[in-house]
Design a protein around this ligand. Structure first.
Ligand code: FAD
Ligand code: DHB
Length: 390
């Protein structure tokens, strides 16, 4: 099998790249180890920056997003028994849209297949070869057989646990990382959201986040220990903990309902530099992870491949290598802005160490500053809705 760009991974990064290349007349094949059903139902992020919405709409895959996505012009911060709204749209002129990552994935798969695009599901990439030649090979296993995809370039969009990053020879990449002493327990509940906007809560029992997926479905998160066992969290315990951390404002209460899904996500910050080696270009979670507090993961993945789409087009249309050569440095500027913002939001909102009253006082002072200073609230807002240029 042969194509121009071999893409490993059918997450938001790989699928969007394949779609953008198609619009420029460039062929690609996407290899995905999981089934179509699995990737279309994998529950993950839910907040799209304005720039991501614009990219999806501009490239012709935004019709359902525009119908079903929920535009939010602010967020609420709860701490120390207080509640403050951050009016992001008033402060920045931009907003975010709540639309599940798996919906973005469904829309992109539908668009690729409708255009005759090639996505091979249950194709497990095992090895990349010849990345320093002009004809790299992607080796994969499908239906119990070993197969090969030859291409001009490989795009490694296979997430944190993928194989692409590991194909770079030792000594080329530098890793920057930070582990956090907590995880998120996320639930999807058949309960109408009790609010129109997201609530980020700093509470002495730990962080909680109130989000949503539709007028009938709530999405909620709780800070838990990193080694927490999900079996220890029956539904009633989850609701009791959510009530304790979120019902801190007089007269406000959660809407409860059946819990449809629950899972635990570890938290880490992680960046590998550079994001390219020879003919391998890495994008999304394959090269950088942020803790989810700033809602940046999926947005960064989309921003990376928007750059890659332009870079490959410049090469195939005009033979220019400049955008391919500057891809890593350009993408890393946005990546590090998001790293800082995600670390900052995480540090401000979680219980970091047990019984550290100094840390808690600093958090309250920071949150109060966001609540009272237009300058600080604008800084939070412009990062949250996404900076057009970084
Ligand atoms: P992915 O979506 O991870 O896609 C990579 C794809 O590569 C996967 O489909 C995988 O199956 C495939 N793959 C891996 N290895 C191979 C192989 N060897 N061969 C072929 N295919 C392979 N962000 C937020 O902002 N908020 C959240 O609440 C949030 N929750 C998350 C929960 C979890 C459990 C995880 C893992 C991430 C979460 N994120 C969240 C982050 C966000 O979902 C990611 O940043 C986003 O998915 C990145 O997209 P991607 O395309 O780079 O990678
Ligand atoms: C959601 C996830 C996030 O990480 C976040 O910061 C806000 C919302 C969500 O899944 O809805």
């Amino acid at each position: 099998m042969r194509t121009q760009v071999g893409i490993v991974g059918a997450g938001p990064a790989g699928l969007m790249l394949s779609h953008l290349l198609h619009l420029r007349g460039i062929d690609s094949v996407v290899l995905e180890s999981r089934s179509r059903d699995y990737v279309e139902h994998r529950l993950r992020a839910g907040v799209l920056e304005q720039g991501s919405v614009d990219l999806l709409c501009r490239s012709g895959v935004g019709a359902r997003l525009q119908r079903e996505g929920m535009r939010h012009e602010g967020i609420e911060l709860r701490f120390a028994g207080e509640s403050h709204r951050v009016p992001m749209a008033d402060l920045t002129g931009r907003a975010i849209t709540v639309y599940g990552q798996q919906e973005v994935v469904k829309d992109l798969i539908a668009a690729r297949l409708a255009a005759g695009g090639s996505i091979l599901f249950e194709a497990d990439v095992v090895r990349l070869d010849g990345l320093d030649s002009d004809s790299p090979t992607v080796h994969f296993r499908r239906d119990g057989r070993d197969e090969e995809l030859r291409c001009d370039f490989v795009a490694g969009c296979d997430g944190f646990h993928g194989v692409s990053r590991a194909a770079v020879p030792e000594g080329v990449l530098t890793t920057y990382e930070r582990a956090y002493p907590f995880a998120w327990l996320g639930v999807l509940a058949a309960a109408p959201p009790a609010v129109d906007e997201l609530i980020y809560a700093n509470h002495e029992r730990g962080f909680a986040l109130y989000s949503m997926r539709s007028p009938e479905i709530s999405r909620l998160y709780l800070q838990v220990a990193p080694d927490e066992d999900i079996a220890e969290w029956p539904d009633e315990r989850i609701w009791a903990e959510l009530r304790a951390r979120l019902e801190t404002v007089p007269g406000w209460s959660l809407n409860e309902g059946p819990i449809l899904e629950k899972s635990i996500t570890p938290m880490r910050s992680f960046v590998v530099e550079p994001m390219q080696w020879e003919r391998l270009f890495l994008a999304g979670d394959a090269v950088h992870i942020v803790p989810p507090t700033g809602a940046k993961g999926m947005n960064l993945a989309l921003a990376d491949v928007a750059l890659l789409g332009d870079a490959f087009a410049a090469w195939y249309d005009e033979g220019h290598t400049d955008l391919l050569e500057s891809y890593s440095a350009t993408a890393l500027r946005r990546v590090w802005r998001a790293q800082h913002f995600s670390w900052w939001m995480t540090s401000m909102l979680h219980r970091l160490e047990r019984d550290d009253p100094y840390e808690t006082k600093l958090q309250t002072a920071t949150l109060r500053y966001v609540a009272t200073s237009a300058a600080y609230a604008t800084s939070l807002s412009e990062n949250y809705v996404g900076l057009p240029e970084v």
